[in-house]
Design a protein around this ligand. Structure first.
Ligand code: R5P
Length: 259
């Protein structure tokens, strides 16, 4: 791995091989979703507990101060909204040049394996990987899951492996109960999990714990943090699992004590 790539990856995935990524990029297809009406207000108290902030260029420029000391993973795909039947039929929305201008440590692009339009997302993904690699910028493949697709180990390992084979330096996928170890073991690059829709706090912490115990490099979590009644408590609780080796019940106590 070239020095620039290695250095950027080390900013995202810490020396213990783990990361807590705070995802607030949802507005690129969901608009002002609950908890992100004002990203500045939501994110400011959370930054000190996150290893990485994942968001769009518009959110970064308009809501985040220029002097923050946190690595940015820039969302560079999009093109459809929640109103569209073909949600997640995404292409490149932000260039690598723009990512460099914004001093991003990495970029994130959604692929949708199994959709009728999978080819479009996979080719656009490969194109941006080519450009990002030229400048030593790691690409995160976000394995989106569309309607009618099962979030099981068979599907998630397929999508994760395809992302890695096409050049992702790390992959975001979902936790699954059937055989998440297989998803991690068959990926040649680190795997992080999305939190998914808001569930109760203990359930979200259990998902993070099981994913990390099965070998995930951490989480790229959004709604289960910023839609919690205590986003700071949840950030601290998730961090205690990912970096601190706490179990879900111990982490829940941390969350509870910050409500
Ligand atoms: C999804 O399209 C976005 O990339 C989100 O950042 C990602 O799904 C993680 O957020 P959440 O934990 O809310 O699922």
């Amino acid at each position: 791995m070239d020095w620039g790539m290695k250095n950027r990856m080390s900013k995202i995935i810490k020396s213990d091989g783990k990361t807590v990524m705070l995802a607030v990029d949802h507005g690129y297809f969901m608009g002002p979703t609950t908890g992100l009406e004002n990203i500045k207000r939501t994110v400011a108290p959370l930054l000190e507990y996150a290893d990485t902030l994942m968001l769009t260029r518009g959110a970064l420029r308009n809501y985040i101060e220029g002097d923050v000391d946190i690595p940015i993973v820039l969302r560079v795909s999009g093109g459809t909204s929640i109103l569209n039947k073909n949600l997640l039929h995404e292409g490149i929305t932000t260039s690598v040049e723009e990512a460099i201008r914004l001093n991003a440590s990495g970029i994130a692009f959604s692929i949708l394996v199994g959709a009728d339009f999978e080819r479009d997302t996979l080719l656009a993904f490969s194109q941006i990987v080519d450009e990002a690699e030229r400048y030593g910028i790691p690409t995160l493949a976000v394995t989106a899951v569309g309607k009618g697709l099962e979030r099981d180990a068979r599907y998630l390992s397929l999508a994760t492996r395809i992302g890695a084979e096409l050049g992702a330096r790390f992959v975001k996928t979902y936790y699954c109960e059937d055989d998440f170890e297989r998803v991690v073991e068959t990926s040649p690059v680190p795997v992080v999990i999305a939190g998914g829709k808001k569930v109760d706090e203990l359930a979200a912490l259990k998902i993070a714990y099981k994913a990390v115990s099965a070998g995930a490099a951490g989480v790229d979590m959004g709604r289960n943090i910023f839609q919690s009644d205590s986003p700071v408590g949840m950030m601290m609780a998730v961090k205690s699992i990912v970096h601190g080796g706490k179990n879900p019940e111990e982490a829940y106590e941390i969350y509870n004590s910050h409500r």
